[in-house]
Design a protein around this ligand. Structure first.
Ligand SMILES: [Zn+2]
Length: 403
């Protein structure tokens, strides 16, 4: 609250974006040409273009004929990891936390320039991210905000243990209390290939929820996904509902899916896969097959999807956010559902709907201006004309000249 008041007083110059139609994700439709007034980093007014303005704008930019989309939310990133670790970029899970912080700044900068305004980090380093996040929240750094899960909870010696932690069943409540007190809002659990005992996983979810933490479970086969849904995990990562029964269970548990489909495909690109062992390649091939066979039951059930890149986990990059959206469209999901999953739905799952996810009064003015209608041509998001992050112009290809 303190930060927002400071922003309002220090950034009083009102900007009006006039004439664009915006993606109204709540209605799943395009608005009429509108005037959007931005003050103090937030949207102060949204009105039909012909209506007289209540507020006086200091600067008006004519964006008629263009389109506005809410800033994107990437639900699955690893900011402290290195997207190009398979190239000649030296990366280690035990490097000094200062280097991890530099990587996080780079990853966030790249995400920002591709329209991302908020990320959920599902496997990062506490010290690096907590410090960086505090500078972003205080307004010292203009970068996307971070919701943090910290180091993932792993089966001893299992997938992710290089950067994860293990938990002793006896002290779960204290572990979760400490996790929340350290600034995390999420708990990440790795459930595959090595699997948790389902009862242990369920206890972990309950303990997290008792401390107002949400739970994201990494899983890419039925054996990993089912216990997550039955344990009331909030999201499952890297998958879609593989059967009508699973879709129904997920709907009633309010478990959302973050398929990271583009990550599955790009991880099998020859230039990356040649770095892997045969066993790792087999896992990736099985995972892609699982996703491909799950999309039909998922779609028939009408379940939503959330957008995640796995950026940082090589070879996935922050810019893949639009690639993920395009991949899901290729797989038959509608542009409306994809855009909702990348904005309003994600903000709601993150508990951040008051700040993010829609072009509406009171939300942060984090918006993407595009040449074409994103509801008709999602790929227009690959080449934004203008990006505002909390009202700050961070990319300008239209010569708006907003200093
Ligand atoms: Zn991941």
């Amino acid at each position: 609250v303190e930060v927002d008041q400071r922003r309002v007083t220090s950034n009083a110059c009102a900007l009006e974006l006039a004439g664009a139609q915006y993606v109204d994700v709540a209605r799943g439709a395009l608005s009429d040409p509108a005037a959007i007034v931005v003050t103090g980093g937030r949207i102060a007014e949204v009105r039909a273009l012909e209506q007289p303005s209540g507020d006086h704008a200091d600067v008006t930019v004519d964006v008629s004929g263009l389109y506005l989309c809410p800033g994107l939310i990437d639900m699955h990133v690893h900011l402290c990891h290195e997207s190009r670790a398979h190239r000649d970029v030296a990366f280690s899970h035990v490097e000094p936390s200062q280097i991890s912080a530099h990587r996080a700044v780079q990853n966030l900068s790249e995400a920002m320039l591709h329209g991302v305004c908020l990320v959920r980090d599902v496997g990062g380093r506490d010290e690096s991210l907590r410090d960086l996040s505090s500078h972003i929240l205080s307004g010292r750094l203009a970068l996307p905000e971070i919701e943090m899960a910290g180091a993932p909870f792993c089966v001893a010696g299992g997938h992710g243990h290089e950067f994860g932690q293990t938990v002793s069943g006896t002290d779960l409540s204290r572990t979760m209390a400490e996790h929340a007190a350290a600034g995390h809002t999420w708990v990440k659990v790795m459930n595959g290939p090595e699997l948790w005992d389902p009862a242990d996983l369920s206890r972990l979810c309950d303990a997290a929820h008792e401390h107002q933490l949400k739970v994201a479970v990494h899983a890419f086969a039925d054996a990993g996904v089912w216990p997550a849904i039955l344990g009331n995990a909030d999201t499952v990562e890297h998958c879609l509902a593989s059967s009508p029964e699973m879709a129904a269970a997920a709907a009633s548990a309010e478990t959302y899916f973050v398929p990271t489909a583009f990550a599955a495909l790009t991880s099998l690109a020859t230039s990356y896969a040649t770095h892997l062992s045969r066993q790792e390649q087999v896992y990736l091939e099985e995972w892609l097959k699982y996703l491909e066979t799950s999309r039909e039951p998922h779609q028939i059930a009408g379940l939503p999807i959330l957008i995640g890149t796995d950026a940082g986990c090589a070879p996935c990059q922050p810019q893949d956010v639009v690639g993920e959206m395009l991949q899901l469209q290729t797989w038959g999901f509608s542009a409306v559902d994809i855009l909702d999953g990348a904005t309003r739905r994600a903000a709601s799952v993150l508990g951040r709907a008051e700040d993010f996810g829609e072009i509406a009064v009171g939300r942060y003015a984090s918006v993407i201006l595009t040449r074409d209608n994103p509801l008709e041509t999602l790929a227009t998001l690959c080449r934004p004309e203008l990006i505002l992050l909390k009202g700050i112009p961070v990319l300008d290809r239209i010569g708006a000249c907003l200093a």
